[in-house]
Design a protein around this ligand. Structure first.
Ligand SMILES: COc1nc(N)nc2c1ncn2[C@H]1C[C@H](O)[C@@H](COP(=O)(O)OP(=O)(O)OP(=O)(O)O)O1
Length: 172
């Protein structure tokens, strides 16, 4: 089983009387290699030996798009289990943060792009994302299990079922 992270940096203002609606934006990456290549996702990746999930999310966000994040500024937002043909493939820790330093830059791994929350390109993301990411971007916590079938690689398998629990306690 792989252990991995996803991190969703957020910027911009909340609703005001003059400008109703959530005007925040989320930073996504277009993945340039590896699992999910060509799709949008949050910055993130697999844990290295001896690394905590929080340290992994900070490192991956720095390596993939050049943003600096203080680990204490990450808010844990979810825990997702991805199963492939009945076995756990990846356990993924999800974080969000509105506190970071720097401007996103493109790297060999990723091309960063800010999206208004209402314009997140779910049609160019993993199929499960539309089920949990909107809630996570709105400040909720989630625990989810997602089943894929059809053999490796995971990004060519079919999404078959899911189970979600909202507003749960998630720790790391
Ligand atoms: C199955 O559904 C998934 N949905 C979403 N949104 N994200 C997923 C899914 N399955 C895996 N992921 C995430 C978890 C990781 O953040 C990445 C995969 O990371 P990758 O394999 O690219 O890991 P790195 O450590 O960055 O890879 P390198 O070995 O190339 O450094 O996808």
């Amino acid at each position: 089983m792989l252990e991995a992270t996803l991190c969703f940096p957020l910027r911009g203002g909340e609703t005001t009387a003059d400008e109703p609606g959530d005007r925040r934006e989320v930073l996504l990456i277009e993945k340039r290699r590896g699992l999910g290549e060509g799709w949008y996702n949050g910055p993130g990746g697999k844990l290295e030996d001896g690394e905590t999930p929080r340290e992994c999310a900070v490192r991956e966000t720095r390596e993939e798009v050049g943003l600096q994040i203080d680990p204490d500024d990450l808010e844990k937002a979810g825990e997702l289990t991805f199963l492939l043909d009945g076995a756990v493939h990846t356990f993924c820790h999800v974080y969000r943060t509105a506190a970071f330093a720097g401007e996103p830059i493109a790297t060999e791994e990723a091309r960063p792009e800010w999206f208004a929350l209402e314009d997140v390109p779910y049609d160019r993301m993993w199929e499960d994302d539309r089920l949990w990411l909107p809630g996570v971007l709105c400040g909720r916590t989630v625990r989810g299990e997602f089943e894929f079938s059809g053999g490796k690689p995971l990004d060519e398998a079919a999404f078959v079922d899911h189970d979600l629990e909202w507003d749960v306690a998630v720790h790391d």
